[in-house]
Design a protein around this ligand. Structure first.
Ligand code: ZN
Length: 165
């Protein structure tokens, strides 16, 4: 199992909506994504991170595996909370990211049922992070220029030394 890492261009793509009724690969995709998420001890994963440009996310907050297809944030708090955030596609660093305190998210389950999810705190952060992936947005893209330069320097240093063993 491989998770794509920055600067893989697939991570910058805008993922496509899924046609649930006609997508026979969806269950297998979600199984693969959940497997990768647990293998790498993540709390969420988006399909582009395993190279599939479809709008599918999985997450496990509070020991509950959930999958959401075509998720859309339809409402968000004006208030933001800034916290350190990491990403399996930007391994080895964490950076402070401001996220809406709560969000309301529409999406479709694997069974084709439309759902509305109101999420606060950490789950709100996870949903915003994973939905960003569907739009080709990484945590690095959420930083201002000086912060971003600093983060990329740290990322390159960490991943360079890993390559050297
Ligand atoms: Zn991520």
């Amino acid at each position: 199992m491989e998770i794509l890492t920055h600067p893989n261009p697939v991570l910058k793509q805008h993922a496509m909506d899924v046609d649930i009724a006609h997508d026979s690969d969806l269950r297998a995709l979600v199984r693969t994504m959940a497997g990768a998420m647990y293998e790498f001890s993540g709390v969420g994963l988006a399909a582009p991170q395993i190279g599939v440009a479809k709008r599918v996310i999985v997450f496990d907050v509070e020991d509950q595996l959930s999958a959401l297809v075509n998720p859309v944030i339809v409402e968000r708090a004006d208030e933001t909370v800034t916290d350190e955030e990491g990403c399996l596609s930007v391994p080895g660093i964490s950076v402070p990211i401001a996220r809406a305190e709560w969000v309301v998210c529409n999406g479709v389950t694997l069974e084709g049922k439309e759902v509305t999810l109101r999420a606060d705190d950490f789950l709100a952060r996870v949903l915003q992070h994973e939905i960003d992936h569907l739009d080709g947005v990484l945590i690095l893209d959420r930083l201002d220029l000086p912060e971003r330069k600093e983060a990329i320097k740290a990322y390159n240093a960490v991943n360079q030394s890993q390559r050297l063993g």
